[in-house]
Design a protein. Structure first.
Lengths: 113, 116
């Protein structure tokens, strides 16, 4: 089984709908991240969490919110989806050292019509 | 501001040929440098990283990268490309002495196509 899983893998929704993307990990890592990938822009950090009680905004957090339900679960929500949030979303985890390898999930492709 | 530039959006090489993917970064001090690979439909996987010491680092899958401070570069190389290397490659920098986020700044990515 994969160490970092994301659900759903693909989602098509309409403008104004609320969407939740879920991430689960079995690596036992405390630190989790949500990234957004747009063609030609690389990955941009949306939110990150160092433990259940520690949530931090990344560089593009507007329009998004997160919930860290447990050490293993980190969810990303779009309260009112808009078309320019159409993108590929990745969850990642990292072991205690800040600059250790980040382990990425397979991604969720979200389309907002 | 910190930034990472991958000048080549798309590269095509023949199987068995050598490969070099370019990466330039902008940061005042010595950064932590990474190369990740993203195969189709997959998440990113770490190929290699540089923190300090020997400027030539070896990674998985036969890749290596060389840190050149004078050129602010961290180019990825492979002597002989295999068809399975077709993927998107991302260079990333982590800034030492930042707000301890572990945040990576990614380049735009280079898509590698391998011809038979």
């Amino acid at each position: 089984d994969a160490d970092v899983t994301q659900t759903p893998r693909n989602r098509i929704t309409k403008t104004g709908k609320r969407i939740m993307l879920e991430c689960s990990q079995t690596k036992g890592h405390d630190r989790m991240y949500w990234y957004r990938q747009d063609p030609g822009l690389g990955l941009q950090l949306i939110y990150y969490s160092f433990d259940v009680k520690d949530i931090n905004k990344g560089e593009i957090s507007d329009g998004y919110s997160v919930s860290r339900q447990a050490q293993a679960k980190f969810s990303l929500s779009l309260e009112s989806a808009i078309p320019n949030q159409t993108a590929l979303y990745f969850c990642a985890t990292i072991d205690k050292g800040l600059w250790n390898e980040q382990f990425f999930g397979p991604g969720t492709r979200l389309t907002v019509l | 501001a910190q930034s990472v530039t991958q000048p080549d959006i798309h590269i095509t090489v023949s199987e068995g040929a050598s490969l070099e993917l370019r990466c330039n970064y902008s940061y005042g001090a010595t950064p932590y440098l990474f190369w990740y690979v993203q195969s189709p439909g997959q998440g990113l996987q770490l190929l290699l990283k540089y923190f300090s010491g020997d400027t030539l680092v070896q990674g998985i899958k036969g890749f290596e990268a060389e840190f050149k401070r004078s050129q602010s570069s961290f180019n990825l190389r492979k002597p002989s490309v295999h068809w399975s290397d077709a993927a998107e490659y991302f260079c990333a920098v982590g800034a030492k002495g930042s707000s301890n986020t572990g945040k990576l700044i990614f380049g735009q990515g280079t898509t590698l196509q391998v011809k038979p």
